[in-house]
Design a binder for this molecule. Structure first.
Ligand code: ADP
Ligand code: MG
Length: 293
């Protein structure tokens, strides 16, 4: 039977900006002891902007922006949108792309004006036999030490530039993390982004445990591993790359500002995309369950 208190709890949830898939969902929040937070779009706004272009010696900045911007224009990833927007603002109209292909959590490739382009993490470029020059490797390192996301661009088999993108932490994230701790929950930051950028965001919001450079298909394994260690896991995410982890979690919470795929996979939706609503949801369900007992 569904206790009336649970249904009341769901109604109250809607007022708090939390949509609950079914009243039974609240039951699983009781034992949650670990909250896995996706970085981009969950802890941060995910509204990134292009802050720097570092061409290799002999490369022209506008040419880099035109070609790379054109390729990224075909991708929906927040990093890609930032690069495409920044490029269009600076160089105007972008040429069309042929043979576009997306490597989830790694980057993109395609052909622009007859040149074979690859943009993304070093790992992706290495698959194509392309490695950064010492100069570009230094640019990648410096940007990441500042907590930024930096990607490498190459065409015709040679690394041509580093593009630096900055994201900002949501103003309510640090407080939400503090409140999670106050409820006895251990926060963990999980991301496909590089370790240094992840550490910088974690430090800014007060999370100690960081699991970075995790490919989209491996996020679900991280959740399973925590569960095997006896932890009861909530996952908060927004992206297509979080869907499997949200489904696997003991409690999946999707950002209402995120993708439909994430919302479908989750048990709860945080309508406003504010991490504090996750705290409210957990608090609410504990109170509701206490009423029934
Ligand atoms: P998160 O787990 O934080 O949501 P993702 O798994 O979506 O991050 O992406 C991980 C990393 O892969 C990005 O930080 C970026 O370095 C790289 N990446 C993914 N897609 C693209 C793209 N279209 N262009 C450039 N880099 C990309
Ligand atoms: Mg994300």
């Amino acid at each position: 039977a569904t206790p009336t208190a649970l249904l009341v709890g769901t109604g109250r949830g809607a007022q708090l900006g939390v949509l609950v898939k079914g009243p039974e969902v609240l039951e699983s929040t009781r034992r949650v002891d670990t909250v896995v937070l996706d970085k981009t779009g969950t802890v941060t706004t995910g509204r990134m902007s292009l802050v720097a272009v570092r061409p290799a010696a002999g490369e022209d900045e506008d040419e880099v922006l035109r070609l790379v911007g054109a390729l990224e224009h075909a991708s929906e990833h927040p990093v890609a949108q930032a690069i495409a927007e920044g490029a269009a603002t600076r160089v105007g109209e972008l040429p069309p792309v042929e043979e576009f292909a997306n490597a989830e959590g790694l980057g993109v490739r395609g052909v622009v004006e007859g040149r074979a382009l690859v943009v993304g993490r070093e790992k992706l470029l290495a698959e194509w036999g392309v490695h950064p020059t010492e100069e570009l490797a230094g640019e990648l390192r410096r940007a990441r030490e500042q907590g930024r996301t930096a990607v490498l661009a190459a065409w015709d088999g040679r690394a041509r530039a580093v593009l630096v993108v900055a994201d900002t932490v949501k103003p309510t994230s640090a407080r939400a993390v503090r409140e999670l701790r106050a409820l006895g929950l251990e926060p963990v930051l999980l991301t496909g982004d590089n370790e240094a950028a992840a550490r910088a965001v974690a430090a800014e919001v007060g999370v100690d445990e960081v699991i970075a450079e995790v490919l989209p298909q491996d996020k679900v394994d991280v959740v399973a591993r925590l569960q095997r260690r006896g932890r009861v896991v909530a996952v908060v995410g927004d992206g297509v790359n979080d869907a499997a982890a949200l489904a696997k979690a003991d409690l999946g919470l999707a950002m209402g500002t995120g993708t439909d795929v994430a919302i479908e996979a989750a048990d709860l939706t945080l309508v406003r995309g504010d991490l504090r609503a996750a705290v409210d949801a957990i608090r609410l369900s504990r109170r509701t369950l206490a009423t029934i007992k």
